[in-house]
Design a protein. Structure first.
Length: 586
C-alpha cells in the first residue's frame, strides 16, 4: 500500500506504535489477535462510511483518523463508502464536501469509493432470501403501533398480527412494495428474530421502508430503501471489510449486525464490528441535525462558518490538518463516552501554528502615536524575522515613520505599578525599532477620549545597532500610519456560551445558549507586507493571536479570521492576566 503523501509514517509518528507507546490500544489488541489467529486470511481492511446528509465535523475526524490510520499501520486498505440509503436527506453537495474534507485531513482511499446504493440489487435479493427462509415478513402495522408493541427492555414485546403471514404472501407484498404500489410509510419489511429479547434492536427490526423519492445516484429505480442495520453489515461483507470500526452507539446494534451476516454469509469470512467512544467536545454540538438547523435558521453563515465544528469550518478558521490529527491522537481511544475540553483542540492548533505561522504586526484597536523628534519626511525599513521558530522562513522589512499606530490597551495615561507598557513619562520598546517615551496626550474636547499620544524616540536605541540594547520592561508592536493597510478582522469565539448547550432554563432549548458574542468584526491597521502574502499562509499577529485569510478576502479588501488567541482566555479568571506582559515571545 502506498500511503497518501501527507500521511507517510502518520500512524507510527503520531498515532503511536507498540515500540513507542509500550502498549496497544484496545482496537489494535483485537486486530493483532485476529492477525495471529489468521482470521480472514490475516488481512486488515477498514472503511469510513459517512451518510451524505451533511458536512462532516470534528467528531468524524476521529473516525477518519482511526480507520485510515489502522489501515496504514497494518499495511491494509481503507474504503470510503457513502451510506446513501435515505434519498430524502442526501445531496451530491455533501458527497463532494466529504471527499474534499477527507483529502484535506491527509487521507486517500486509493480509488476504493463505494456507495450503499451500489448494493441495492444484492440487498434486495438477500431480503427475498430472508423471506423465503421464514425470517422476514411484511408488516402493515402503523409505525407508532410497531414501536408500542416492541415494549420495553424489561418486558417482552408483543408480536405483530402480520408476523405469521405465509412466505408466499410476504413475497407478493414485498414485490408490490418494490413495484411502488403502496404509499410511503404504509408497509415495512421486518426481520423475524425475537420479540422477547432484552436488546430492543433484536425485536423484529425494520429492514426496508417505502420512500417514493428520487435518489441522487439510482434515480427513480427504487421506492423501497434498506435501513442502516440491513445495509451496513452486508456492505461490509461485499467489500471484504475485516474490521468495521463504529462509534459506541452502535454497540447495541452489533448482535443484529452479526445476525444479518449469519443469514447471508458463506464460508468462514466475517467482518467484525468494534465500537469506540465518539468524540464529544464542550461548547459545541455534534449532531448533524442540529448543525443543519443552525445553517437553515441562519444562526451561522453556512456549513463552513468558522464557528462551526465542521471540518470545512475549522479549515476556513485557519485550523491545520496536522493540528486536528494531533488533537485526535491526544484524545486517544476510549470505550466509554466522555466530554473533551475545547481548550485541548485550541492547544493543538496553537502548538502547530507556532511552528509554521508567519509573524506580522497588526493593530486591532489602534490609537495614534506621534514621535515629536522624528523627521517628518523620513521612512526607515526595519528588519525582522518571519518566524523565530523556523529559520528557513527568512526575514522581511517593515516601514517606520513619524506617525504610528499602537494598541489602545498598550497605553494608560495614569497606570498602576504593575502596568509596564506605555504611560506618561515612561518608556517602552517598539518591536524591532526604537525605545520611545510618552510626553503627553491630545484628547477629543467633547468626549475626552485620547486622540493622539505624543512621544519622543531615542535614535541610539534602534534594534540591531551596537549598544542599542538598553533595557526597558516591555516591548509592544506597532504599524506605520502612512503605510498601514485597513483590514477587516473577524474575531470568532465559541459558538455556545455554556459548556453543555443542553443546560437550559425550563421552556428553553439548546439554541438559547448560542453565544451572542461568537463573532465581532473590526477594522484594524496592518503592516503592508500582508497585501503581498500568500492567501494560504497562516499568521501570528504579534501578541494578538493566530489568524488566516478568509475566502471573502480580495486584493482590494483584505479579510482575516482569528483562528485562536495566543493563550486560553476561557481558562483564565478575569483580572488574573499579567498586565505587564509586553510581548508573547514572537
Amino acid at each position: 500500500m502506498q500511503p497518501y503523501p501527507l500521511l507517510i509514517n502518520y500512524y507510527n509518528n503520531i498515532m503511536g506504535t507498540e515500540e513507542n507507546n509500550k502498549a496497544l490500544n484496545f482496537i489494535e489488541e483485537i486486530i493483532e489477535e485476529d492477525l495471529r489467529d489468521g482470521k480472514n486470511n490475516s488481512r486488515v481492511h477498514t472503511r469510513f462510511p459517512p451518510e451524505p446528509n451533511g458536512y462532516i465535523h470534528i467528531g468524524h475526524a476521529k473516525a477518519i483518523c482511526l480507520s485510515f490510520g489502522i489501515a496504514l499501520k497494518y499495511n491494509g486498505k481503507c474504503n470510503l463508502r457513502f451510506d446513501d440509503t435515505n434519498p430524502v436527506t442526501e445531496d451530491v453537495e455533501y458527497v463532494d464536501s466529504i471527499r474534499e474534507d477527507i483529502h484535506w485531513l491527509g487521507f486517500d482511499w486509493e480509488g476504493r469509493e463505494y456507495y450503499a446504493s451500489d448494493y441495492f440489487d444484492k440487498l434486495y435479493e438477500w431480503a427475498i432470501k430472508l423471506i423465503q427462509m421464514g425470517k422476514a415478513y411484511v408488516d402493515d402495522t402503523k409505525a407508532e403501533e410497531i414501536s408500542e408493541l416492541r415494549g420495553v427492555p424489561t418486558q417482552p414485546g408483543v408480536e405483530s398480527p402480520c408476523r405469521n403471514r405465509s412466505v408466499d404472501e410476504n413475497l407478493d407484498l414485498f414485490q408490490r412494495m418494490h413495484n411502488g404500489e403502496f404509499p410511503d410509510g404504509s408497509r415495512v419489511l421486518r426481520a423475524k428474530i425475537d420479540m422477547s429479547s432484552p436488546n430492543m434492536h433484536m425485536r423484529d427490526p425494520v429492514l426496508y421502508r417505502i420512500k417514493h423519492a428520487h435518489h441522487h445516484r439510482t434515480g427513480d429505480k427504487w421506492c423501497i430503501y434498506p435501513m442502516y442495520d440491513w445495509a451496513h453489515g452486508q456492505s461490509d461483507y461485499i467489500e471484504g471489510i475485516t474490521h468495521s470500526l463504529c462509534t459506541l452507539e452502535f454497540e447495541v446494534h452489533r448482535p443484529l449486525y452479526d445476525w444479518c451476516l449469519d443469514q447471508i454469509a458463506e464460508g468462514t469470512y466475517r467482518p467484525r464490528q468494534i465500537e469506540f467512544a465518539r468524540l464529544n467536545i464542550d461548547y459545541t454540538v455534534m449532531s448533524k441535525r442540529r448543525l443543519l438547523q443552525l445553517v437553515n435558521e441562519r444562526h451561522v453563515k453556512g456549513w463552513d462558518d468558522p464557528r462551526m465544528p465542521t471540518i470545512c469550518g475549522l479549515r476556513r478558521r485557519g485550523y491545520t490538518a496536522e493540528s486536528i490529527r494531533n488533537f485526535v491522537n491526544a484524545v486517544g481511544l476510549a470505550k466509554r463516552e466522555n466530554i473533551i475540553g475545547y481548550g485541548l483542540l485550541e492547544f493543538c492548533v496553537r502548538e502547530h501554528l507556532n511552528k509554521i505561522a508567519l509573524r506580522r504586526m497588526v493593530v486591532l484597536n489602534p490609537v495614534k502615536v506621534i514621535l515629536e523628534n522624528y523627521p517628518d519626511d523620513k521612512t526607515e525599513m526595519m528588519a525582522t524575522v518571519n518566524n523565530p521558530e523556523d529559520p528557513a522562513s527568512g526575514t522581511r522589512t517593515v516601514p517606520f515613520s513619524k506617525e504610528l499606530y499602537i494598541e489602545q490597551g498598550d497605553f494608560m495615561e495614569e497606570a498602576h505599578k504593575k502596568f509596564y507598557r506605555l504611560t506618561t513619562g515612561n518608556e517602552v520598546r517598539l518591536k524591532n525599532a526604537y525605545i520611545i517615551r510618552c510626553t503627553g496626550v491630545a484628547k477629543d474636547p467633547v468626549t475626552g477620549m485620547i486622540k493622539e499620544i505624543r512621544c519622543t524616540y531615542d535614535p541610539e536605541t534602534r534594534s540591531g545597532l551596537t549598544g542599542a540594547n538598553r533595557k526597558v520592561k516591555a516591548t509592544i508592536h506597532w504599524v506605520s500610519a502612512k503605510h498601514a493597510l485597513d483590514v477587516e478582522i473577524r474575531l470568532y469565539d465559541r459558538l455556545f456560551s455554556k459548556a453543555d448547550p443542553d443546560d437550559t432554563e425550563e421552556g428553553q432549548n439548546w439554541k438559547a445558549n448560542l453565544n451572542p458574542d461568537s463573532l465581532s468584526v473590526i477594522t484594524a491597521k496592518a503592516e503592508p507586507q500582508l497585501a503581498h502574502d500568500n492567501p494560504e499562509n497562516k499568521f501570528q499577529f504579534l501578541r494578538m493571536g493566530y489568524f488566516c485569510f478568509d475566502k471573502d478576502s480580495s486584493s482590494q479588501h483584505l479579510v482575516f479570521n482569528r483562528t485562536v488567541t495566543l493563550k486560553d482566555e476561557w481558562a483564565k479568571i478575569s483580572g488574573t492576566r499579567d498586565e505587564g506582559q509586553g510581548t508573547s515571545g514572537a
